[in-house]
Design a protein around this ligand. Structure first.
Ligand SMILES: Nc1ncnc2c1ncn2[C@@H]1O[C@H](COP(=O)(O)OP(=O)(O)OP(=O)(O)O)[C@@H](O)[C@H]1O
Ligand SMILES: [Mg+2]
Length: 379
């Protein structure tokens, strides 16, 4: 295993003695009176692929540009490998950046584009040649070495930009929407390529994306951004399973959200009465709320069970009618209109192709979920 690679069970962020490789301390960026990035603090560890995830205009690129030195923070501190980056120009930092608009030199061939940074650093010719060849094969662009950017597809240009960013072997690489121009299939392939590259070179990646599926696939951890702030940081699993706010729950995948008020605060559970659901929600352990307190419960579509018959012992269940069915190949997504009028999404994997017993449009059904399938989020 190469240096800097994280094993799947290594979690330096959970180790109080681990030293972060990149420390972001209370970074704020204002453009005039407009606050683009607000008081962001974050530690990123060696070997991570850290994804900044958020909607358009939330400040992702601005934060990344500050990390790479293309933008000066209004306040706050950025430390890489123990060294304060204030006043250090981009080219002198141990970082490199791949821009959202990948800015290849139009008059240079693919090969020259990739070699540019090494040439500027005055590396010997034969070393430049070796490294460029390595990179070309890594991003599978060997056959296109002599082409110019306008003779390439968007996805190919993106791969050249990636090679150009990697060739200098930066310790820390910032990638701004690195796969944005690729179609779905190539995007998925390239995601795995990126992970492989990351593992073989031991580079630490900070990747900006607005695509939550991409963030889930790529990252060791995700920072969810909105309006200039990071509102939750965690592993893909933590973010998906334990969103701390309604925003995060909604942003990461589709989720069913039921609002209600606490009617019973027991020792090991609470019961939330939800008008929206048309019933009570039983939530075990972990939370406590005073009676009357407003709460929301998030339940992922794949955690919801659906059946024509009563769901037996299941505590959290209501009845409704199938409103819509979408066949997605290996799964089907049902929309169930509850008696309360609210719609619930249910995702179920398709085990057999032609099922006589399959659920159909307008079927009366029960939907429900296990006690521990719902997550309470701030509403
Ligand atoms: N130089 C600038 N002057 C003024 N406002 C700016 C400047 N650069 C960015 N902004 C504003 O700061 C906010 C954050 O911009 P940023 O480019 O960081 O967004 P983003 O999260 O990368 O969005 P996208 O997903 O669309 O790329 C936006 O509202 C943008 O208009
Ligand atoms: Mg951007």
């Amino acid at each position: 295993m190469s240096e800097g690679q994280l094993t799947t069970d290594a979690k330096p962020w959970a180790d109080p003695n681990a030293t972060p490789f990149l420390q972001i301390k209370n970074i704020t960026k204002k453009f005039g009176a407009f606050v683009a990035v607000e008081n962001v603090s974050l530690d990123i560890y060696k070997g991570e692929i850290f994804c900044l995830l958020g909607g358009s205009g939330c400040g992702k690129s601005t934060l990344l540009r500050m990390l790479a030195g293309f933008e000066t923070p209004t306040s706050g501190q950025i430390i890489v490998d123990g060294q304060d980056q204030a006043g250090i120009p981009p080219y002198a930092r141990p970082t490199n950046m791949m821009f959202q608009s990948y800015a290849l030199f139009p008059h240079m061939t693919v090969e020259k584009n990739i070699a540019y940074g090494l040439k500027r650093d005055g590396l010997p010719k034969n070393e430049i040649a070796t490294r460029v060849t390595e990179m070309l094969s890594l991003v599978q662009m060997d056959q296109f070495a002599a082409r110019k950017p306008h003779q390439l597809s968007g996805g190919q240009r993106q791969r050249v930009a990636l090679a150009r960013a990697l060739v200098k072997k930066p310790k820390l690489l910032m990638l701004d929407e690195p796969l944005g121009a690729l179609d779905k299939k190539l995007r998925e392939e390239t995601q795995f390529e990126l992970i492989k590259i990351q593992e073989s070179l031991g580079v630490t990646f900070v990747v900006v994306t607005h695509d939550q599926e991409e963030a889930m696939t790529l990252s060791s951890r995700i920072g969810v951004m909105t309006a200039g702030e990071i509102i939750q940081t965690g592993t893909p699993h933590e973010i998906y399973e334990y969103p701390q706010s309604r925003f995060v729950a909604d942003f990461i995948g589709s989720v069913n959200m039921f609002e209600g008020r606490v009617i019973e605060d027991g020792k090991d559970h609470v019961v939330i009465s939800s008008k929206e659901l048309g019933g009570d929600i039983y939530v075990p352990h972990g939370i406590s709320g005073v009676e009357g307190q407003k709460m929301a419960v998030a339940v992922r579509p794949e955690k919801v069970r659906i059946s024509r018959t009563d769901l037996g012992e299941m505590r959290n269940k209501v009845s409704g009618t199938i409103d819509e069915i979408a066949y997605m190949g290996n799964s089907s997504v049902f929309q169930v209109r509850l008696d309360s009028g609210k719609r619930v999404r249910v995702s179920q994997s398709n085990l057999t192709r032609d099922d006589d017993d399959a659920l159909r449009w307008d079927d009366k059904v029960w939907v429900g979920w296990a006690d521990d399938a719902g997550v309470v989020v701030a509403s």
